[in-house]
Design a protein around this ligand. Sequence first.
Ligand SMILES: Nc1ncnc2c1ncn2[C@@H]1O[C@H](COP(=O)(O)OP(=O)(O)O)[C@@H](O)[C@H]1O
Ligand SMILES: Cc1ncsc1CCOP(=O)(O)O
Ligand SMILES: [Mg+2]
Length: 287
Amino acid sequence: MESEPISNDQKQQQQQEPMEWAPTAWAHLSAVRNQSPLIQCITNYVSMDLVANTLLSAGASPAMLHSVEEIPDFTPHIHALYINVGTLSPDWLPAMKVAAELASKSGKPWVLDPVAASASGFRLKACLELVGLKPTIIRGNASEIIALSNASVGPTKGVDSSHESMDAVDAAKRLAEAGGNIVAVSGVVDIITDGKRIVGVHNGVPMMQKITATGCSVTALIAAFVAVDPSHAFEATASALSVFGIAGEMGMDIAKGPASLRIHMIDSLYGLDQAAMLSRVHIRSLP
Ligand SMILES: Nc1ncnc2c1ncn2[C@@H]1O[C@H](COP(=O)(O)OP(=O)(O)O)[C@@H](O)[C@H]1O
Ligand SMILES: Cc1ncsc1CCOP(=O)(O)O
Ligand SMILES: [Mg+2]
């Protein structure tokens, strides 16, 4: 992977006001395709296939290595780390912590998906410990982000959200401010905040909720996007959520239901071109 993440022209464009989101999102996707960042994924059993295929179709290189014995050799070579607690058990947690610490120490971005954070005391404590290791980005659904922000267990619908993303705006801002990270809340509108700035991504289709591991997969995609632009984690997060949503929209044009959407979404992500991106990216500042 080359050291210059995206061009100076593209960076200047990012700094312009009002933000030119469509070219920014296209620049991130292009950079992932050109640089093929290596993404270490410590993720749940349910999601491994869709996460790996999402990363591959975006142009990144996924590696599902989760053994604590392998982390000292492997993690120094990655471009970003993705940690997801979906099927957490006590024997997985040390590897997650060692990998997160090593990524932070070596200046590599890492991204946390706190699946079902409020489902049990064990899971919440683990999530809070991981949050304490300073993830660059946290992406969850609204219930997960509210649970993390309030450090509260239950009531819960498990891995699904019982809140709308807009319900979690204050919780997301508090979490981001407390940890100095970017927090993203997925839903009808995806919310991205650093505690001060806040944008909404209006891409995607409701059927994406009917495919297991779409949330896990978009978090992994965020890891790939921040890998190629680590100094713009906020912009990389919004870009990844928009790109994934557009892949869902284009896939839905030909899908018959969740199973075929899963296939067409991956194909659409693989084939996304500049014209489609420039006309479909829908990211707006929120008050
Ligand atoms: N009602 C919706 N309309 C459009 N996109 C949605 C909707 N619900 C979820 N999505 C999209 O589906 C993906 C997974 O989000 P979500 O279902 O909230 O995550 P999780 O699976 O972790 O609960 C995200 O890209 C999100 O933008
Ligand atoms: C169903 C399920 N159970 C434990 S992890 C998991 C997958 C959750 O995926 P997502 O958070 O993307 O819906
Ligand atoms: Mg999830």
